[in-house]
Design a protein around this ligand. Structure first.
Ligand code: NAD
Ligand code: TYD
Length: 336
């Protein structure tokens, strides 16, 4: 069984590749990644010698390269993570989001159709549903209309519609997963949780957008991996599955939890200008996936404690990331 994982040098794809290589020694796992600023292969040192792990450096939007790779390897399954993933970057530079997230997905769908893959899992996001208000009894379900607000979520929603169209028009066996915000090991330190941990550890101010009352629904990345594994093997063809563990927190609660766990002062918090078009609240109803047999293993409390400890134990990894190109980006973005 040949499985192509796109974006396997990134945060979630990287955790998924390691999970699959260990869990399924009988599968050949191909990690295809362009190694953009968000891609990093050092995380795979422990699996790179394994006979069932393979790496291919390529751009998912490069039709010729992708077509010839699919012809050569005859993938059985595709699990598609590769994307531009940061909302703030999509606000300042939306073009690359259209190129990678929409065009790149179409190139993969076409190649998958040509060789007749048995399953194409498209890893999407709850952000395609837009935003909820602060009523805690409302949730995104698989039937919630798609109403993306940022260039990032609009590009992901567009790719979701292409995946749906390849199923409806050509009968390609697909699933779309829409997960809430992830956190955990190897999270790139431009996103709220790893940014807060790394900045608190470096005694730097933590920028909180607006009043910090926006709500996100947090899921540990390993719980996301088990959900995708289940959908890959058991998901009904053509279906969408929402993924989330009912862990809603305001941004301020998240930042304060990290600061107090690390025994530091809340004086590190700096309220900064709000993000343009900042979605108020995300919250997932995961009933459909639970009915398929999925259950998360982490609460927010156990997951955040494990994650903070991981960042304490792996300072060398995130320090090599927050220098160079990223440092310039951060200074331009926040000037705090
Ligand atoms: P990430 O930014 O950490 O990783 C993205 C990876 O894709 C990187 O390794 C990058 O090098 C690669 N990539 C980018 N452009 C490419 C291209 N043109 N060709 C090949 N590879 C390319 O992202 P992530 O947070 O791991 O997210 C992975 C997927 O999960 C995305 O599709 C995202 O929309 C989705 N998702 C993320 C979250 C979250 O909280 N991070 C939640 C739900 C869904
Ligand atoms: P982020 O990690 O960028 O994920 P997303 O925008 O995909 O939800 O942001 C999570 C929340 O944290 C979001 O409401 C924006 C907010 N935020 C801050 O307040 N400060 C920051 O420095 C960042 C990166 C995000």
């Amino acid at each position: 069984m040949n499985i192509l994982v796109t974006g396997g040098a990134g945060f979630i794809g990287g955790n998924f590749v390691q999970y699959m290589v260990d869990k399924y020694p009988q599968y050949d796992i191909y990690n295809l990644d362009l190694l953009t600023y968000a891609g990093d292969l050092t995380k795979h040192r422990e699996i790179e010698q394994k006979v069932n792990y393979h790496f291919v450096k390529a751009d998912i939007a490069d039709r010729e390269v992708i077509n010839s790779l699919f012809e050569k390897e005859k993938f059985d399954y595709v699990v598609h993570f590769a994307a531009e993933s940061h909302v703030d970057r999509s606000i300042t530079n939306p073009g690359i989001f259209v190129q990678t997230n929409i065009l790149g997905t179409q190139v993969l769908l076409e190649a998958s159709k040509k060789i007749g893959v048995s399953k194409f899992v498209h890893v999407s996001t709850d952000e395609v549903y837009g935003e909820l208000d602060f009523d805690p009894t409302t949730f995104f379900t698989e039937d919630t209309p798609i109403q993306p607000n940022s260039p990032y979520s609009a590009s992901k929603a567009s790719s979701d519609l292409l995946v749906r169209a390849y199923h409806e028009t050509y009968g390609l066996p697909v699933n779309i997963t829409r997960c809430s915000n992830n956190y955990g090991p190897y999270h790139f330190p431009e996103k709220l949780i790893p940014l807060t941990i790394s900045r608190v550890l470096n005694k730097q101010k933590v920028p909180v957008y607006g009043d910090g009352k926006n709500i996100r629904d947090w899921l540990h990345v390993l719980d996301h991996c088990t959900a995708i594994d289940l959908v890959l093997h058991e998901g009904a063809n053509g279906d969408v599955y929402n993924i989330g563990g009912h862990n809603e927190r305001t941004n301020l609660e998240v930042v304060k939890t990290i600061i107090s766990t690390l025994g530091k002062s809340e004086e590190l918090i700096e309220f900064v200008a709000d993000r343009l078009g900042h979605d108020k609240r995300y919250a997932i109803d995961p009933t459909k996936l639970e009915q398929l047999g999925w259950k998360p293993t982490y609460t927010f409390e156990t997951g955040i404690a494990q994650t903070i400890q991981w960042y304490l134990d792996n300072k060398a990894w995130w320090e090599q990331i927050i220098c160079g190109d990223y440092e310039n980006y951060f200074e331009e973005q926040y000037s705090v």
